[in-house]
Design a protein around this ligand. Structure first.
Ligand SMILES: Nc1ncnc2c1ncn2[C@@H]1O[C@H](COP(=O)(O)OP(=O)(O)OP(=O)(O)O)[C@@H](O)[C@H]1O
Ligand SMILES: [Mg+2]
Length: 213
């Protein structure tokens, strides 16, 4: 299954989600190949930290040139996860064109919702009118205070776009998530039994319902 984690907006959590999902799948014994198509190479860097620290299971992260992305992504039997951002639009479109689904983390703000609406045009450019991968959106970096309404409003606005399956399992803005990238460890390895790990577990199970045990 080819899952692309993408969004036009920077800093929405694409690499954080890609990394944590990849390790979550590896921890479930699944074969995972991750592709880092972003010139920033965050996913490659975090996998390197993990490798240097000798953390098991290792994560295989590949980097490839534009032009052969589609055929490379389709060449795997297991779970393929792709981290790609607006810094490489050609790669983003190539990956989306062969994706089974696209996961879009969205920060709870109006500009992020607008950018997500524009992202739909990218998907259409990539796939044409014939087909569309499943489009899944969720709120990342939600405010932890329940009285703050931005996340509810952003979620409603995403649903109104009419194209996304909006997953209600949000990740809140929590320092723990920041540490996962610097430590090369997933949220559930670093902070098992924390609220952040629980939030991530709920999200991952919504994304991979067949893997719930
Ligand atoms: N739920 C969260 N709570 C706190 N910090 C977060 C959360 N999600 C992501 N971050 C932090 O926000 C920053 C941006 O996240 P990340 O690098 O995953 O986003 P991105 O979409 O891949 O960004 P880019 O567009 O630059 O590739 C990182 O420092 C990351 O640790
Ligand atoms: Mg990134």
């Amino acid at each position: 299954m080819i899952t692309v984690i993408a969004n036009l907006k920077g800093g929405s959590g694409k690499s954080t989600i890609a990394f944590n999902l990849a390790i979550w799948l590896r921890a479930k014994g699944k074969v995972v190949v991750a592709y880092d198509l972003d010139p920033q190479k965050t996913l490659s860097d975090v996998a390197l930290v993990r490798q240097e620290e000798g953390i098991i299971p290792e994560l295989e992260v590949r980097v490839i040139e534009d032009g052969i992305i589609g055929q490379m992504l389709k060449s795997h039997a297991g779970h393929v996860l792709v981290d790609v951002g607006a810094a490489n639009m050609a790669a983003m479109k190539e990956a989306i064109a062969v994706a089974d689904r696209v996961i879009v983390p969205v920060q709870p703000s109006q500009p992020d919702v607008w950018a997500t609406q524009r992202f739909l045009k990218i998907v259409k450019d990539a796939c044409g009118d014939e087909r569309s991968p499943e489009l899944v959106a969720f709120i990342n970096r939600a405010d932890t205070h329940h009285a703050v309404r931005e996340s509810d409003e952003a979620e409603e606005a995403l649903a109104m776009l009419g194209k996304f399956r909006v997953i209600p399992d949000r990740l809140c803005q929590r320092t723990n998530f920041r540490r996962t990238l610097s430590e090369g460890m997933s949220i559930f390895e670093l902070y098992s039994n924390s609220k952040s790990a629980e939030e991530f577990e709920r999200l991952a199970k919504s994304l991979y319902p067949s893997l719930i045990n």
